[in-house]
Write a protein that binds this ligand. Structure first.
Ligand SMILES: [Zn+2]
Length: 217
Protein backbone atom coordinates (compact mmCIF):
# COMPACT_ATOMS: atom_id res chain seq x y z
CA UNK A 1 0.00 0.00 0.00
CA UNK A 2 1.35 3.40 -0.92
CA UNK A 3 1.50 6.05 1.78
CA UNK A 4 -1.16 8.72 2.01
CA UNK A 5 0.10 11.95 0.46
CA UNK A 6 -2.97 14.21 0.48
CA UNK A 7 -4.60 14.91 3.86
CA UNK A 8 -7.66 17.01 4.73
CA UNK A 9 -6.89 20.59 5.74
CA UNK A 10 -6.25 21.42 9.40
CA UNK A 11 -9.46 23.45 9.58
CA UNK A 12 -11.49 20.37 8.60
CA UNK A 13 -9.70 18.22 11.21
CA UNK A 14 -10.24 20.88 13.90
CA UNK A 15 -13.95 21.19 13.05
CA UNK A 16 -14.23 17.40 13.19
CA UNK A 17 -12.50 17.30 16.60
CA UNK A 18 -14.82 20.06 17.86
CA UNK A 19 -17.86 18.14 16.61
CA UNK A 20 -19.04 21.04 14.44
CA UNK A 21 -18.79 19.34 11.02
CA UNK A 22 -21.92 18.36 9.12
CA UNK A 23 -22.90 14.69 8.78
CA UNK A 24 -21.53 14.13 5.26
CA UNK A 25 -18.13 15.74 5.91
CA UNK A 26 -17.86 13.96 9.29
CA UNK A 27 -18.42 10.65 7.54
CA UNK A 28 -15.59 11.39 5.12
CA UNK A 29 -13.17 12.56 7.83
CA UNK A 30 -14.03 9.59 10.11
CA UNK A 31 -13.36 7.26 7.18
CA UNK A 32 -10.05 8.97 6.37
CA UNK A 33 -9.00 8.69 10.04
CA UNK A 34 -9.38 4.90 9.95
CA UNK A 35 -6.71 4.89 7.20
CA UNK A 36 -4.43 7.70 8.40
CA UNK A 37 -2.44 7.55 11.68
CA UNK A 38 -1.05 11.04 10.95
CA UNK A 39 -4.49 12.70 11.00
CA UNK A 40 -5.65 10.51 13.91
CA UNK A 41 -2.82 12.01 15.97
CA UNK A 42 -3.79 15.54 14.85
CA UNK A 43 -7.44 15.01 15.87
CA UNK A 44 -6.44 13.41 19.19
CA UNK A 45 -4.23 16.42 19.97
CA UNK A 46 -7.05 18.83 19.09
CA UNK A 47 -9.49 16.87 21.26
CA UNK A 48 -7.04 16.91 24.18
CA UNK A 49 -6.75 20.70 23.93
CA UNK A 50 -10.55 21.02 23.70
CA UNK A 51 -10.93 18.75 26.74
CA UNK A 52 -8.49 20.76 28.85
CA UNK A 53 -10.35 23.98 27.94
CA UNK A 54 -13.57 22.36 29.17
CA UNK A 55 -11.81 21.33 32.41
CA UNK A 56 -11.00 24.99 33.07
CA UNK A 57 -14.64 26.07 32.90
CA UNK A 58 -16.41 26.53 36.25
CA UNK A 59 -18.79 23.66 37.07
CA UNK A 60 -22.45 24.49 36.45
CA UNK A 61 -25.02 23.40 39.04
CA UNK A 62 -27.19 20.41 37.99
CA UNK A 63 -30.82 21.17 37.42
CA UNK A 64 -33.22 19.40 39.84
CA UNK A 65 -33.97 15.83 38.77
CA UNK A 66 -31.01 15.63 36.36
CA UNK A 67 -29.28 12.87 38.29
CA UNK A 68 -32.48 10.79 38.45
CA UNK A 69 -32.94 11.19 34.67
CA UNK A 70 -29.40 9.99 34.00
CA UNK A 71 -29.82 6.99 36.33
CA UNK A 72 -33.12 6.08 34.64
CA UNK A 73 -31.46 6.15 31.22
CA UNK A 74 -28.62 3.97 32.44
CA UNK A 75 -31.10 1.44 33.83
CA UNK A 76 -33.14 1.29 30.59
CA UNK A 77 -32.42 -1.71 28.36
CA UNK A 78 -30.06 -1.01 25.47
CA UNK A 79 -31.70 -0.42 22.11
CA UNK A 80 -31.66 -3.48 19.89
CA UNK A 81 -29.82 -2.85 16.64
CA UNK A 82 -32.16 -3.42 13.71
CA UNK A 83 -29.40 -4.09 11.18
CA UNK A 84 -27.17 -7.13 11.14
CA UNK A 85 -23.59 -6.08 11.92
CA UNK A 86 -21.58 -6.48 8.72
CA UNK A 87 -18.33 -8.44 8.77
CA UNK A 88 -15.14 -6.37 9.02
CA UNK A 89 -13.88 -5.55 5.54
CA UNK A 90 -10.37 -5.94 4.17
CA UNK A 91 -10.65 -2.73 2.14
CA UNK A 92 -13.71 -0.69 3.12
CA UNK A 93 -13.36 1.26 6.40
CA UNK A 94 -15.91 0.53 9.10
CA UNK A 95 -17.94 3.78 8.88
CA UNK A 96 -18.78 2.89 5.28
CA UNK A 97 -19.17 -0.85 5.75
CA UNK A 98 -21.86 -0.06 8.31
CA UNK A 99 -23.59 2.48 6.05
CA UNK A 100 -23.55 0.18 3.05
CA UNK A 101 -24.32 -3.05 4.93
CA UNK A 102 -21.26 -4.79 3.49
CA UNK A 103 -18.22 -4.27 1.32
CA UNK A 104 -19.13 -5.97 -1.97
CA UNK A 105 -19.57 -3.12 -4.51
CA UNK A 106 -21.38 -5.46 -6.91
CA UNK A 107 -24.26 -5.64 -4.39
CA UNK A 108 -24.63 -1.87 -3.95
CA UNK A 109 -27.40 0.02 -5.70
CA UNK A 110 -25.25 2.05 -8.11
CA UNK A 111 -26.92 4.69 -10.24
CA UNK A 112 -25.62 4.88 -13.81
CA UNK A 113 -24.44 8.39 -14.68
CA UNK A 114 -22.60 7.74 -17.94
CA UNK A 115 -20.16 5.33 -19.56
CA UNK A 116 -17.82 4.06 -16.81
CA UNK A 117 -19.36 6.36 -14.22
CA UNK A 118 -21.83 5.55 -11.42
CA UNK A 119 -22.75 6.95 -8.03
CA UNK A 120 -24.59 5.94 -4.91
CA UNK A 121 -26.03 8.72 -2.69
CA UNK A 122 -25.37 8.20 1.03
CA UNK A 123 -26.31 11.55 2.58
CA UNK A 124 -28.59 13.69 0.46
CA UNK A 125 -30.17 16.22 2.72
CA UNK A 126 -31.35 19.28 0.81
CA UNK A 127 -29.44 22.45 1.81
CA UNK A 128 -26.72 20.46 3.61
CA UNK A 129 -23.54 18.89 2.25
CA UNK A 130 -24.22 15.61 0.49
CA UNK A 131 -22.14 12.42 0.41
CA UNK A 132 -22.05 9.82 -2.33
CA UNK A 133 -19.95 6.86 -3.36
CA UNK A 134 -18.56 7.32 -6.86
CA UNK A 135 -17.23 4.58 -9.12
CA UNK A 136 -15.03 5.24 -12.15
CA UNK A 137 -13.64 2.56 -14.45
CA UNK A 138 -9.98 3.06 -15.44
CA UNK A 139 -9.56 5.69 -18.14
CA UNK A 140 -12.92 7.35 -17.52
CA UNK A 141 -13.38 10.56 -15.67
CA UNK A 142 -15.76 13.18 -14.45
CA UNK A 143 -16.48 15.83 -17.09
CA UNK A 144 -14.42 19.02 -16.58
CA UNK A 145 -15.96 21.11 -13.82
CA UNK A 146 -15.56 23.83 -11.27
CA UNK A 147 -17.26 23.98 -7.88
CA UNK A 148 -20.04 26.05 -6.38
CA UNK A 149 -18.53 25.28 -2.97
CA UNK A 150 -16.22 22.73 -1.37
CA UNK A 151 -15.72 19.26 -2.83
CA UNK A 152 -13.98 16.55 -0.79
CA UNK A 153 -12.98 13.27 -2.45
CA UNK A 154 -11.57 10.34 -0.46
CA UNK A 155 -10.18 7.47 -2.53
CA UNK A 156 -10.86 4.00 -1.16
CA UNK A 157 -9.82 1.79 -4.05
CA UNK A 158 -7.87 2.41 -7.25
CA UNK A 159 -6.59 5.92 -8.02
CA UNK A 160 -7.41 9.02 -10.02
CA UNK A 161 -5.38 11.89 -11.32
CA UNK A 162 -6.03 15.52 -12.22
CA UNK A 163 -4.00 18.70 -12.50
CA UNK A 164 -3.55 18.75 -8.72
CA UNK A 165 -1.82 15.37 -8.56
CA UNK A 166 -2.35 11.64 -8.16
CA UNK A 167 -4.82 10.46 -5.53
CA UNK A 168 -4.65 6.87 -4.28
CA UNK A 169 -6.17 4.93 -1.40
CA UNK A 170 -6.66 7.12 1.67
CA UNK A 171 -5.85 10.38 -0.13
CA UNK A 172 -8.28 13.30 0.20
CA UNK A 173 -8.63 15.93 -2.50
CA UNK A 174 -10.14 19.18 -1.24
CA UNK A 175 -11.28 21.59 -3.94
CA UNK A 176 -12.99 24.97 -3.80
CA UNK A 177 -14.56 27.43 -6.25
CA UNK A 178 -12.21 28.34 -9.11
CA UNK A 179 -10.24 25.09 -8.76
CA UNK A 180 -11.20 23.77 -12.17
CA UNK A 181 -10.33 20.09 -12.76
CA UNK A 182 -11.12 16.91 -14.66
CA UNK A 183 -10.43 13.82 -12.51
CA UNK A 184 -9.68 10.65 -14.51
CA UNK A 185 -9.39 7.13 -13.04
CA UNK A 186 -5.90 5.74 -13.58
CA UNK A 187 -5.10 2.37 -15.10
CA UNK A 188 -5.52 -0.66 -12.86
CA UNK A 189 -8.38 -1.19 -10.45
CA UNK A 190 -11.82 0.40 -10.72
CA UNK A 191 -11.61 3.61 -8.69
CA UNK A 192 -14.12 3.89 -5.84
CA UNK A 193 -14.29 6.95 -3.66
CA UNK A 194 -16.45 8.91 -1.25
CA UNK A 195 -17.34 12.41 -2.47
CA UNK A 196 -18.81 15.19 -0.31
CA UNK A 197 -20.08 18.40 -1.90
CA UNK A 198 -21.79 21.37 -0.29
CA UNK A 199 -22.93 22.90 -3.59
CA UNK A 200 -23.53 21.64 -7.08
CA UNK A 201 -20.63 21.12 -9.44
CA UNK A 202 -20.34 23.56 -12.34
CA UNK A 203 -19.80 21.50 -15.47
CA UNK A 204 -18.28 23.06 -18.58
CA UNK A 205 -20.10 20.96 -21.17
CA UNK A 206 -23.71 21.12 -22.27
CA UNK A 207 -24.28 17.33 -22.05
CA UNK A 208 -22.89 17.12 -18.53
CA UNK A 209 -25.05 20.06 -17.47
CA UNK A 210 -28.11 18.44 -19.03
CA UNK A 211 -27.40 15.19 -17.19
CA UNK A 212 -26.98 17.14 -13.97
CA UNK A 213 -30.61 18.22 -14.06
CA UNK A 214 -31.59 14.54 -13.76
CA UNK A 215 -29.02 13.40 -11.23
CA UNK A 216 -28.58 16.47 -9.03
CA UNK A 217 -24.80 15.86 -8.89
ZN1 LIG B 1 -4.55 12.13 6.86
Amino acid sequence: MTAIVHHPSNSLLLDYAAGTLDEASSLLIATHLTLCPHCRAEVAAAEAIGGSLLDDLPAAPLRPGALDAVMARLAAPAEQPTLRKPQPSTWLPRPLTERLGGDDPSLWKWRWLGPGLADLPLVSDRNRPSARMVRLTPGTGLPPHDHGGRELTLVLRGAFGDRFGRFGRGDVEETYPDMHHEPVALEGEVCIGLVVTDARLRFDGFIARAMQTFTGV
